[in-house]
Design a binder for this molecule. Structure first.
Ligand code: NAD
Length: 377
């Protein structure tokens, strides 16, 4: 059995789907690992390090795609890369199917078995395979450092000969995996942190990290630990409540998301107008439409002396550890499929079944099937 790891081709992508340490473990499982030359360069893993761990370095990308029984990617393949996959290959990655319908079609037609890590069920058994979580955690951490770098203030309280400096005030909106890591990071740097989420279960988590939870009477829990979309009335209630917390914050980090939907608009232009000059907003939901009305994906906007950043692909900016975590997620998933050095996936296993986007010429994930096949008929 051969596992192939190409160099990521998307602009600005520095991560790689495996790291030398994981290659060593795969080799011990009796698997042959092929890595494209330069695949790890962005995450500071050299070809030599991969080779020393037992990988075969392949210079020709087309050959690599052709030879893999399993191909590990971080991002979705391009159409050209999808063409290179041999029929029956198992492709695993963060495939963002909603944004890549043409690629999904190609994978279906080429009878590729595609596992989209976004579809992995959020059950405890699958936690160690959960790439959405590992990468969200990286993003939450990085967002705090981005804000700290831009803020013209200290983060912690400081007692100096010239007087006491108050700690920076952070507001974290959306307390999923990224939000929790943002709270923990801001607290470690000494900031005062408030946080808000529509799932009441997050209150305890927020408080256990030493932050203050902003209480509201909305309960928007949905299946799988996710949130549902708010009604128009609830949205208004939310805005009335959080406006004054936004006005008091030096930094607002927003991470709110509802699966399969545009990110909820939470921070209005009027709220930004009431923020202090020099404040910073980091909108981690920029890629899915933004939680702030003024966010521009991949850009910084200055409005009323408030800086609003809409960074995209934040995990790639911490490529070494993001790749390491991602590679371990992949290893744990692969271990489910490998028996005695051979591929032996059980497609009835909940983890594999739910993660399957395409297999045997079909689109297995209902919402994408409806989007594509509904549109074709
Ligand atoms: N295997 C597992 O058991 C497992 C793995 C990962 C995550 N989880 C859980 O799943 C949950 C969601 O995680 P996620 O980070 O992927 O979520 P996500 O990225 O879908 O959303 C981020 C956060 O935004 C919140 N949100 C949505 N709409 C909002 C609004 N209008 N205002 C404020 N907040 C809003 C959500 O409640 C969520 O906490 C978490 O509770 C997490 O602990 C479980």
């Amino acid at each position: 059995m051969r596992i192939a790891v190409p160099k990521e081709s998307a602009a600005g992508e520095h991560r790689v789907a495996t790291v030398p340490d994981v290659v060593g473990r795969l080799v011990k499982l009796g698997v042959e690992v092929l890595v494209e030359t330069g695949a790890g360069a962005g995450a500071f893993h050299s070809d030599e390090a991969f080779a020393a761990a037992g990988a075969r370095i392949v210079t020709d990308a087309a050959e690599l795609y052709r030879e893999g029984d399993v191909v590990l990617k971080v991002q979705a393949p391009t159409l050209e890369e999808a063409e290179r996959l041999r029929e029956g290959t198992i492709l695993i990655g963060l495939l963002t199917p909603h944004k890549n319908l043409d690629v999904v079609l190609r994978l279906r037609d080429r009878r590729i078995t595609a596992l989209a890590l976004e579809l992995l069920p959020r059950i405890s058994r699958a936690q160690a395979m959960d790439a959405l979580s590992s990468q969200a955690s990286v993003a939450g951490y990085r967002a705090v450092l981005m804000a700290a770098y831009r803020l013209g203030k200290f983060m912690p309280m400081l007692t100096t000969p010239t007087g006491t400096i108050r700690p920076a005030r952070f507001l974290i909106v959306g307390v999923g995996v990224a939000g929790l890591q943002a709270i923990a990071t801001a607290r470690r740097l000494g900031a005062m942190v408030e946080a808000y989420d529509v799932r009441p279960a997050t209150k305890e988590q927020v408080e256990s990290l030493g932050a203050k939870f902003i209480q509201m009477d909305i309960k928007a829990d949905a299946q799988g630990g996710y949130a549902r979309e708010l009604t128009a009335e609830e949205k208004q209630q939310q805005q009335d409540l959080i406006a004054k917390h936004v006005a008091q914050a030096d930094v607002v980090i927003t991470t709110a998301a509802v699966p399969g939907k545009q990110a909820p608009r939470i921070i209005t232009t009027a709220m930004v107008e009431h923020m202090r000059a020099g404040s910073v907003i980091i909108d981690l939901a920029a890629e899915s439409g933004g939680n702030c009305e003024l966010t521009k994906p991949d850009k910084g906007v200055r409005y009323h002396d408030v800086e609003i950043l809409g960074p995209v692909n934040v995990p790639s900016t911490l490529a070494t550890h993001a790749s390491e975590m991602y590679a371990k997620n992949m290893l744990n998933l692969l271990q489910l499929m490998i028996k005695d050095g051979q591929l032996a996936p059980d497609w009835e296993d909940e983890v594999l079944r739910d993660s399957t986007l395409t297999r045997d010429g079909d689109i297995k994930f209902g919402p994408i099937r409806t989007l594509i096949e509904g549109g074709q008929s």
